[in-house]
Design a protein around this ligand. Structure first.
Ligand SMILES: Cc1ncc(COP(=O)(O)O)c(C=O)c1O
Length: 374
């Protein structure tokens, strides 16, 4: 059997990784400024993360959601305290798309409406409702075509007020658009959106799958505003590579048995990995580090003459070049051992390094970039 060939691959095979470095089998070191799509939050193979998963594996790795699992409660407590959402409820899943699906379902259960408002360039996953909410016709099939989803430009308050009416079940918006090229919802826009949602009885879903977990310097990107969403979706950095996701749910939404479910969601290993991530973020003050390193990185990038704009918060950054970045990105991997990211904006270089990087790594990254640009 062969694998289903859907991923264009760099001809590099990492076999080992520590901190913000990955190594191929010849021992060649690559500087990781992408974290495998924003997944590596606390650094590759962090010793505390490894130990906590290892210890858990020796005890129990999995049992279904039909028995008690106090690790889930421990995780909910810690996540609630660190994120400022201690009164919310946590539903654990396995991926970002699954978090999106469940958040949309909860909105439907809550208000029985059947329309969703989303934004241009948004990305929310590839499963059924998630892909319909995603702004990319190339990954939608004939089965995903319907009139359930209404899509409008980001940051247009007048249009938003016009389209966000009483037939909308929920609004889905990223804390910062990632795949779309690091596009920020304006504070005034997000706050107006939240008010309008309340006025028309639509639920506000903040997709923090990429922008959450301390990446922007706050626990969630929307926390730069006054907004308190009804639902918050999480994944990526949550498990630092262990597949886990979740939905934070406002207490106004009441659960009932059988309403949602998943076999693997919230398993013992996933909880151990997620707890380890939160403990490391706290112990190493990684949100602060993300803010500080992000400022230095943005400053350095903005000094490059071919960079037209630098956007982002903390360590979720894009540099827009005056040419498409595909070729320099490939050369950075193959000639200079530096991983960076692309997006749906061909000119935007997307940077999502682990949150613990230091000034030396920032300097090294910028030096490598400068060499490629020469
Ligand atoms: C903002 C956002 N939402 C949802 C997803 C989907 O997550 P997953 O690939 O884990 O299904 C992604 C993945 O890139 C994302 O960036």
């Amino acid at each position: 059997m062969n694998t289903f060939d859907v991923y264009p691959l760099f001809q590099v095979e990492p076999v080992k990784a520590t901190g913000c470095w990955v190594y191929d089998k010849t021992g060649k070191a690559y500087l990781d400024f992408y974290g495998g799509h924003a997944v590596i939050s606390v650094g590759h193979s962090h010793p505390h993360y490894v130990k906590r998963i290892e210890n858990q594996l020796k005890e129990i790795a999995f049992y279904s959601n039909s028995v008690l699992n106090s690790l889930q409660l421990e995780l909910a407590d810690k996540l609630g305290a660190m994120s400022g959402y201690d009164k919310y409820q946590l539903f654990l899943v396995n991926s970002g798309a699954e978090a999106t699906e469940n958040a949309i379902k909860l909105a439907g259960f809550h208000n029985q409406r059947n329309k969703i408002l989303v934004f241009d360039k948004g990305f929310h996953g590839r499963t059924s409702m998630a892909v319909q909410a995603t702004d990319n016709p190339k990954i939608q099939t004939s089965l995903d075509q319907n009139d359930r989803v209404i899509r409008i430009p980001l940051n247009d308050i007048d249009l938003m007020n016009q389209y966000l009416t009483e037939d909308i079940s929920c609004v889905l918006i990223e804390g910062i658009q990632g795949v779309g090229g690091i596009n920020l919802p304006e504070k005034e826009f997000l706050e107006a959106l939240s008010v309008r949602c309340k006025n028309v009885g639509a639920l506000l879903i903040l997709d923090e799958i990429q922008s959450g977990y301390g990446r922007t310097g706050k626990f969630f990107a929307h926390q730069f505003t006054k907004v308190r969403p009804d639902l918050i979706t999480i994944a990526k950095g949550m498990g630092n590579g262990f597949p886990v996701g979740g939905v934070l749910i406002n207490p106004i939404i009441k659960p009932s048995f059988g309403m949602l479910g998943t076999t693997f969601g919230g398993n013992h290993l996933a909880c151990a990995a997620s707890l380890a991530v939160l403990e490391i973020i706290e112990q190493e003050d990684l949100m602060n580090n993300a803010s500080q390193m992000g400022e230095i990185l943005k400053q350095e990038l903005s000094l490059l003459s071919s960079v037209k704009e630098v956007r982002g918060k903390g360590l979720m950054i894009a540099a827009d070049f005056d040419f498409p970045i595909k070729d320099i990105r490939r050369r950075m991997v193959t000639e200079h051992q530096l991983f960076t990211g692309a997006s749906s904006n061909p000119h935007a270089l997307r940077l999502l390094p682990p949150l613990g990087i230091g000034e030396n790594e920032v300097e090294l990254m910028v030096d490598k970039l400068k060499t490629v640009l020469k």
